[in-house]
Design a protein around this ligand. Structure first.
Ligand code: SF4
Length: 407
């Protein structure tokens, strides 16, 4: 690791004069004093159309904690299977396939290792591994995969398997999620991604993810992971059928678990994409996406309400690199990494590139007036000196998918 250098700190000032909505003034006083916001405050934040005022508050809260430093990771996404037993009930999902459906695939372990081998000789420090719930894939497959990846790439952290996948493996092997987590940690798991949370409201889940883990079950898996020393991320999928109150209930539950365990590293608001899924057709939303206004609002409110989660990440494959750059002034201190091959949101119509080069990512952060800091999965600094780096203008990105092997 290179030596850490302190982030440049902009003069920290809450520019209350930029807030035009009077309803935000009492919240501004709380934010300035470092007081926790309550559900009524969150309602006012969701109700406001004063986006600049909201961003001013979120930017202040972020810079107080993180200065101008923005983290990124050199990571590679790996999706071992898109076969999923919930394919017909997660109506928002464009990625999953039934076992015999066209386009279904399950990688052999050798194929996973082959794909991961692209990390050799690159700065990659994290494998981000998520996929579907294939009927028979359990500990034999995932335990061996993580052990094999760790043996081949000891310097790469493995952030793998959502709470939903952990619970699925437990069912396949007839053991508890805790036993799955213990075994995966032993195999080399570093941390868990935050997917599968969607929105915890039972009514929302009945519409978009009827048979998925309940909110309480999702939280229970993460609680167990945190108690075992496995940190994790958390997410909220916004922009479908949920209300502002559903979002507030969701954020309140995340904040409560964080008060209890302190195990969440990062909050990532995820924008719903309506292409190629049943929900998008039902809602008449095909061909649309969340607006930039909505994206920035959800980022800013996440930063303000989740006062105990240190990092808020913007996911550029979903909201575009342009919006991610602006998000750095709306409360984000972390940008999704190099990714290499993003599949899940591109199946849902994302029109961004499939990956971003290391140099382009550093350039994106710097051009926003921020100080880039490469990290590993645990937010330990990896590199802060980019003076020798060739930083392209206009992006240097991948457009092609690797060959997908049908099951
Ligand atoms: S969202 Fe996840 S669990 Fe639901 S169908 Fe898609 S891959 Fe399966």
């Amino acid at each position: 690791m290179t030596e850490t250098t302190a982030p440049l700190l902009s003069p920290l000032e809450l520019h209350a004069d930029r807030i035009s909505d009077p309803a935000l003034q009492p919240i501004a006083r709380k934010v300035a004093a470092g007081e926790r916001l309550d559900a009524l405050d969150a309602r006012a934040l969701y109700a406001t159309s004063d986006l600049i005022g909201l961003g001013t508050l979120a930017d202040f809260a972020n810079r107080r904690q993180n200065g101008d430093r923005v983290w990124f990771s050199a990571n590679q996404h790996i999706n071992p299977t898109n076969v999923c037993i919930l394919r017909n009930t997660c109506t928002f999902c464009s990625f999953a396939r039934m076992p015999k459906e066209e386009g279904a695939y399950t990688r052999s372990l050798e194929e996973v290792y082959h794909e991961a081998a692209q990390a050799t000789g690159t700065p990659t420090r994290e494998f981000h591994i998520v996929g579907g719930l294939a009927p028979k894939l359990g500990m034999d497959y995932y335990g061996e995969m993580i052990r094999g990846l760790k043996a081949r790439h000891p310097e790469v952290h493995i952030k793998a398997l959502t709470a939903v996948e952990i619970a699925h493996i437990a069912r396949v092997d007839k053991i508890t999620p805790r036993e799955v987590l213990i075994a995966l940690k032993d195999a080399g798991l570093t941390s868990m991604p935050g997917g599968g949370a969607e929105v915890f409201s039972t009514a929302v889940r009945a519409t978009i993810a009827e048979r998925k883990l309940t909110g309480d079950e999702w939280l229970a898996v993460h609680r167990e992971a945190h108690l075992l020393g496995i940190p994790s991320n958390c997410t909220m999928l916004y922009g479908h059928v949920e209300t502002a109150d559903d979002r507030i209930e969701h954020l309140t539950a995340l904040r409560a678990l964080q008060d209890e365990t302190g195990g969440f590293l990062t909050y990532i608001p995820l924008a719903y994409h309506p292409e190629n899924n049943e929900l998008g057709e039902e809602l008449g939303r095909v061909g649309t996406a969340t607006t930039g206004y909505e994206d920035l609002k959800n980022i800013a409110i996440g930063r303000l309400f989740l006062d105990n989660i240190p990092h808020v990440k913007t996911h550029w494959p979903m909201v575009t690199p342009f919006m991610s750059q602006i998000a750095l002034a709306f409360g984000c201190d972390d940008v999704e990494g190099t990714v290499v091959f993003e599949r899940i949101y591109h199946d849902a119509g994302a029109t961004t590139e499939l990956g971003m080069s290391y140099g382009a990512l550093v350039g994106l952060i710097r051009d926003a007036g921020k100080v880039p800091m490469e990290r590993n999965s645990l937010y330990e600094p990896v590199r802060s000196d980019f003076s020798e780096l060739d930083i392209p203008r206009g992006g240097d990105v991948r457009r092609t998918l690797p060959v997908v092997h049908a099951a």
